[in-house]
Design a protein around this ligand. Sequence first.
Ligand code: ATP
Ligand code: MG
Length: 430
Amino acid sequence: MSYQGPKGTNDLLPGESDKWQFIEETARLIFRDYQFNEIRTPIFEHYEVIARSVGDTTDIVSKEMYDFYDKGERHVTLRPEGTAPIVRSYIEHKLFGPEFAKPYKTYYMGPMFRYERPQKGRLRQFHQIGVEAFGSANPATDVETMAMALDFFKQLGIQKIRLVINSLGDQETRQNYRQALIDYLEPHEEELSGDSKRRLHENPLRVLDSKDKKDQLVVADAPSILDYLSETAKAHFEEVKAMLTALEIPFEVDKNMVRGLDYYTHTIFEIISDAPGMGAQSTVCAGGRYDRLVEELGGPETPGFGFALGIERVLLTLEAEEVVIPVLNEIDAYVVGLGEGTNVETLKVVQAIRNFGFSADRDYLNRKAKAQFKSADKANAKLVLTLGEEELAKGMINVKVMATREEKSVLLDEIYQQFDEIFDELLTEK
Ligand code: ATP
Ligand code: MG
């Protein structure tokens, strides 16, 4: 019997996980600069929380949910995205209260689950980093949040990306546009996929987001929502564009972009990678405004803006652009112990070094000197300490600086009492 991880999931092994940590750290640093703080929500939620916010007719809710009934007959689901859980948490903990900052800015990172057909950049357990800002209807919030996403990619060294925006307007806009879209689509009903036929009357905007090739042909000539924007919605979108221009941030408008979630209003955006080989998975970051979602989930009327980016796709982009991620691959000291008689003392030395706050490793297999030195080299040790049985008898240990090949004999007691000073002395000056 041999086991494999579930389809559409990955194990992140050392080497790979170092890159993930770098991406996560970069995000945390940038989010700090913009004053976003982390919320960690559970991996599973009540089914209703997701269905209500993301929308029953979306692919996510209608096809991709990892939902089940637990032993207490509660309908729960692994979270497919981060915004709905954060909004649930924002309302539950009354983070809209007067004691909290406004806008309330928060971020999250972690695994999400969607039952999809696995492909490159499309997994069943994937990972998102996302942010949400609650309580500001100011278009400046839209713009600085998009700018923050772009900063993140720039900081990572990713260059071949584009910001694409659109507006889905307000309720008035949606009502007018909905009818226009139905009027346009009805004569084409027979050409549409089964899913789109069903959605035509339920939720016609979803037809625009279809991944079906034939649907996409029909949709190409559909009326644009931008021609149906209410005065308020138009003003908001104009301000967003003006502010992007003021910050000298290049952008494109895609008048047919709708996004795969129902909760968006006004500004929506995607950051698309033009790096080679991204295929249909070229959207690395996506988000927008959701001014009705908090109310929809039972909270007070609160505007919101947020985005989510897929870590797996960020990694594919980094690879495609051949960006080298700095990975820490050296240790401060390697302790070579020669002869079984040195086993205990080698343990004491390596522990003493670690207790001084340095990274250290040793041999555990009683290997020959040559093999141990090879390990020290491989680990890029700055110092190699060698303890033979004769030295041990004299209470001494040999210390070698790998960069200069300089060697000296040191009292074991000195290592135990002042390794930090020895390390500084040997490695700083000269
Ligand atoms: P797509 O159109 O590619 O299916 P989506 O509209 O479903 O994307 P969102 O729900 O907006 O995506 O999620 C935001 C980001 O999360 C995406 O831009 C992508 O980077 C990432 N993402 C979404 N689904 C997956 C997945 N199954 N595997 C890996 N990354 C994903
Ligand atoms: Mg999707």
